[in-house]
Design a protein around this ligand. Structure first.
Ligand code: ADP
Length: 604
């Protein structure tokens, strides 16, 4: 299966016909300096015989050169779909999305969030839809992988009403690359991606770090725009906003000048005074150029600082990945960035690192030494391949083939106990007394209740659900977290490793749990027959539209759980139900399956 992947940057166009499974490109097109009189168009690496008017736009260049690319395809290659890289999906697009006129308008509406990128992406979409009107076109968003950022990491401490009005929040970028290298590295290790705490360092012209926990992005260094975070080729990354205010006043800069300064004249270029390219800077640094040496050090120091921060965010780290042109190739930067991480259990092997390069032919290279608990790897990124894969999965999943509605159940805080825990809390030999059956076959709410004791307050009369399980699990809502004074991670039921513990009190005693406290991830129970009807699989992530009295809303990030022991039902917690103003018998409708970005996030 082949996919045409189109990636329009602000002044460049890359298009390739890619085999979705292997990632192999069978034809490619590359245009540079688009929009100027010197537009250069290469087909398969050689100058293409394509004429465009001087300063032809993206659309003009693509309209003229796409037929040449298609004409260069081997006879047996059939394109199944077209994938478009779109930088900003805003709040709205968190999954690969089949493009129609409405979606195109939706992407256009996001231009204020990505003024340099989205217009170019749109021009590519328009041109390709004109040349290939009969194929499905799918947008894959750089921001989508970060749709799972928790509120605490995506929120700026700015006045909330202003933030809401102007979409002032952290979105994160490079999601396609972080998702790809995380999965690739996990495959290489032979571990499910959701069993690992990963810090992915994408270091190219643009650079960002991402903390990936349970296969989901939980922190990333770029923010509302790709300017925040690391030092980049020409972007400054983190800088005190107060310094910019002072500078603008002192130099009398207007906003366009400030934009130009921070996005195009800073970073490695600004620091070194000579180049934005790490290879040039390394060469100068080796000859003793002080500014170049400082540029390398500031760049790497910022990476190391973020690695430490993200290890703290995840309560540890199992895997550190270096990718992007610098991450895959620069032993110098990796060496500086991974120094003094032994306290985390991460030991970079200097010898291994020295000549290590990740590439298409050797996509994963180990950099950590034998005594390192944390594996450190260089991983070759391939966003084109990832886009092709996501596009194909989206097209294969097709439109969701059912308009059947799904009942929603509100799941109040509750506790699951082991036999031993029941004995400790209610007395030896005690058995749970069923009070009323729950909708999932065999499950019941019992007569028994316990008190959850947190560091701040306690919550009494928390219902115990039966039957007993092999592990204790305490499921609370966000508001309960504040009442108890604890930090409960959002997890799938049963995935309890690394979760915090809590104290339970029953009539016969007190039980200290070492782990098991979670805010349960929204999920839908369904049978294999339901899954087939909806066109989803176990552990796919989907969106659910809920039609409540007077207003529609969408629950994103809902995990599908399939078993022949289940009955069709979506579970949300009390906070979510309140937010949605759900009635007791609200019905949800499966509106969108989650495509491949979620396959990356599928739990093992
Ligand atoms: P983009 O973000 O534009 O895709 P890349 O991922 O290709 O960029 O990364 C480009 C950066 O990688 C440049 O700064 C380049 O100098 C750097 N780079 C590539 N090869 C090496 C190398 N061998 N040593 C150091 N830096 C390198």
């Amino acid at each position: 299966m082949y996919v045409l992947v189109v990636n329009c940057g602000s002044s460049s166009i890359k298009a390739a016909v890619v085999h979705a499974d292997s990632g192999r490109a069978v034809a490619d097109l590359h245009a540079e300096r688009v929009g100027s009189a010197q537009t250069e168009i290469l087909l398969g690496g050689a100058a293409a015989d394509v004429r465009v008017d001087a300063s032809g736009s993206h659309q003009v260049v693509l309209a003229a050169s796409l037929p040449a690319l298609l004409g260069a395809l081997p006879a047996d290659v059939q394109i199944r779909a077209v994938g478009h890289r779109v930088v900003h999906g805003g709040e709205r697009y968190t999954t690969p999305t089949v493009i129609d006129d409405q979606v195109q308008a939706g992407i256009a509406a996001l231009v204020p969030l990505a003024p340099l990128h989205n217009p170019a992406n749109l021009a590519g979409i328009q041109a390709a839809r004109t040349v290939l009107p009969d194929l499905p076109h799918v947008a894959v968003f750089d921001t989508a992988f970060h749709a799972t950022l928790p509120r605490r990491s995506r929120t700026y401490a700015l006045p909330a009403d202003l933030a809401a009005r102007h979409d002032l929040r952290r979105f994160g970028f490079h999601g396609t690359s972080h998702a790809y290298v995380s999965r690739r590295a996990a495959d290489w290790l032979g571990e499910p991606v959701d069993a690992l705490r990963i810090i992915s360092c994408h270091l190219g012209n643009g650079a960002s770090l991402c903390a990936v926990e349970w296969g989901r992005s939980v922190e990333t260094s770029m923010g509302m725009t790709p300017l925040e975070g690391l030092v980049m080729g020409t972007r400054c990354g983190d800088v005190d906003a107060g310094a910019l205010i002072a500078l603008a006043r002192a130099e009398n800069l207007d906003l366009d000048q400030l934009d130009d300064l921070l996005n195009r004249k800073s970073g490695l270029l600004g620091l070194s005074g000579s180049s934005r390219d790490m290879r040039d800077i390394e060469a100068k640094a080796a000859k003793g150029d002080d500014r170049a040496q400082l540029a390398v050090k500031v760049f790497a120091h910022r990476v190391r600082k973020y690695i430490g921060a993200y290890a703290a965010v995840m309560g540890g780290v199992d895997l550190i990945l270096f990718t992007g042109g610098i991450g895959e190739n620069s032993s110098l930067v990796r060496n500086h960035a991974a120094q003094r991480l032994e306290f985390l259990g991460a030991h970079l092997d200097v010898e291994r690192n020295r000549d290590a390069r990740a590439s298409a032919t050797q996509p994963v290279v180990e950099l950590s030494g034998p005594r390192s608990r944390v594996r450190i790897l260089a991983v070759h990124t391939d966003e084109q391949h990832e886009i092709a894969r996501q596009v194909l999965a989206t097209v294969r999943a097709g439109a969701v083939g059912s308009d059947r509605t799904i009942p929603i159940a509100v799941s109040a805080r509750h506790v699951h106990l082991t036999t031993d825990a029941v004995a400790a809390l209610f007395g030896p030999g005690h058995r749970l007394t069923p009070r009323n059956p729950l909708s999932q076959p065999g499950q019941f709410a019992s007569e028994e209740t316990v008190t959850i004791v947190g560091p701040k307050h306690s919550i009494e009369h928390v219902r115990v659900l039966g039957p007993v399980r092999s592990r204790c699990q305490v499921e609370i809502a966000r508001t309960d977290e504040f009442a108890l004074g604890v930090d409960a991670p959002v997890r799938m039921s049963g995935k309890l490793d690394g979760t915090p513990g809590v104290v339970l009190i029953g009539p016969a005693g007190r039980l200290e749990l070492k782990d098991g406290l979670i805010c349960a991830l929204r999920h839908i129970h369904m049978t294999p027959a339901d899954a087939e009807e909806f066109g989803v699989k176990h552990e796919d992530v989907v969106e659910i539209a809920v039609d409540t009295a007077g207003r529609d809303m969408v629950f994103r990030d809902v995990v599908v759980r399939v078993s022949d022991k289940y009955a069709l039902e979506m579970h949300v917690d009390t906070d979510e139900a309140n937010a949605a103003e759900l009635s007791r018998h609200a019905q949800g409708e499966l509106v969108q399956t989650d495509g491949v970005a979620r396959l990356v996030r599928r739990q093992g």
